[in-house]
Write a protein that binds this ligand. Structure first.
Ligand SMILES: [Zn+2]
Length: 107
């Protein structure tokens, strides 16, 4: 592989790891005062494919699905605006999209 590309790939991976560490630390210490929410989305084809309502904190970008017993960390967060699902996904911190939506809480 080209040496310059290889160096940039390594630097990019280091930045992603650092972003993940910093984001998790900020999220642990955030009061999650205000959030945006997207509503539940029913599947047209399969009842098992419903998409849950989700919230995202405006400060730390922690995202949660409000499925089952409801929200955890964002339960008391004030919903400022309802947005669509793709807008909410675009607000998430890169690399945390899958893990934060699926996990109920970050320990
Ligand atoms: Zn927050």
């Amino acid at each position: 592989m080209n040496e310059q590309i290889e160096k940039l790939i390594k630097a990019s991976q280091a930045i992603k790891e650092l972003l993940d560490i910093v984001a998790l630390d900020v999220q642990k210490n955030c009061a999650h005062e205000e959030c945006y929410e997207c509503t539940h989305e029913a599947s047209q084809l399969n009842n098992n494919r419903h998409k849950p309502p989700c919230r995202i904190c405006l400060e730390c970008r922690l995202a949660e699905a409000g499925w089952g017993c409801g929200y955890g960390l964002l339960k008391k967060s004030k919903v400022i605006k309802t947005i669509n699902r793709s807008e909410l996904y675009q607000m998430m911190i890169p690399g945390q999209v899958k893990q934060t939506i699926k996990l109920k809480r970050i320990n």
